[in-house]
Each structure stands twice: as C-alpha cells, then as structure tokens.
Design a protein around this ligand. Structure first.
Ligand code: DQA
Length: 158
C-alpha cells in the first residue's frame, strides 16, 4: 500500500548499533564505506526509482522499535540492518512482524560464515527477504527490490 497516494512511496532504512562507525569499524569485515555515504547513495537511488528514502541509525533497541512502529502509518517498505540486535532482539522481531509491508533484512557481512552466535537471525522469520555478504551494495539491491514491490500497479489502456 502506498501510504501517500499523492507522493512517492516512502522507504525507511534502519541501521542498528555500531553501524555509525562504518568505514573505520573492522573495515576488513564491513568495508570502508561510511554510513553517510550509504545513506547518500540510497537517497540518490531512491530519487531515480521514484522513492522517498528516510534513514535512521540508533544504538538503542527501543528507539529502533519505536521507528518500526511509526513506519506502519508512514512508510511503504523497510530495509533493516539490525546489526547485533539481529541475533538478540525479540522486541525488534515482534515489531517487524506487526508491519504489513515488505521488509528486507540486510547484512554487510555473510553472518553464516562468521561466529556461530551470528548464524541465528531472530528477524529472518518475519522479513520478506535477506541480502547478506555483499557489503554496502546490498542496501542498493534491497532498495531496487523494494521499488518493484511497492510500485503502484500501472494499468495500461490500449
Ligand atoms: C552485521 C552483522 C552482525 O552480526 C554485526 O553485529 C553487525 C553488522 C552486518 O551488517 O554484517 O553489527 O549486521
């Protein structure tokens, strides 16, 4: 559903804890692209795809839950990298499960190639799909996929 019928579909991009440090945090795992660069690329791609893109980063679980709840009335799709909360947060999973819109989970690294505690995603069972291990470009791929899903149906009159 497009929550804003007179304007572009709106996508919320949520970044979890420590992702504010991207670029200098374990770059051999997470790459050298900063969060600002990722957000800027998503805004530009969103404009090309006819989407409004809102971005939000927090180190606090409750703030992320609040943003997910607000998305129910304001947004048409969500991209989330819940970072470490992916593996721990029933609250974020439950908030996502209550949304009636496509949600794509993104991880910069392939969590299944890493430590065993990262192999479990509590959110995996309630999202539309996951993109893992493709670095920063995973976000752009997620946005393109969402564009296909939220694009208003086009009726062609012949
Ligand atoms: C991450 C993977 C998580 O295990 C980790 O806690 C992160 C980032 C990723 O994008 O690869 O902070 O979500």
């Amino acid at each position: 559903m497009n929550h804003s019928p007179t304007s572009s579909p709106r996508i919320l991009v949520l970044h979890g804890p420590n992702l504010n440090l991207l670029g200098r945090r374990e770059p051999e795992i997470y790459g050298r692209t900063t969060l600002d660069e990722i957000n800027r690329q998503l805004a530009e791609l969103g404009a090309q795809l006819g989407l409004e893109v809102d971005t939000f980063q927090s180190n606090h679980e409750g703030d992320i839950v609040d943003r997910i709840q607000q998305a129910a009335d304001r947004c048409d799709g969500v991209i989330i990298n819940a970072a470490a909360f992916t593996h721990t947060s029933v609250a974020i999973r439950d908030a996502l499960a209550a949304l009636h819109m496509p949600v794509i989970e993104v991880h910069l690294s392939n969590i299944h190639r890493r430590e065993p505690f990262r192999h479990t995603s509590l959110t995996a069972g309630v999202v539309t799909g996951q993109i893992l291990g493709l670095g920063a470009s995973g976000y752009a791929l997620a946005l393109r996929a969402l564009a296909e899903m939220v694009r208003p149906a086009v009726t062609t009159l012949v």
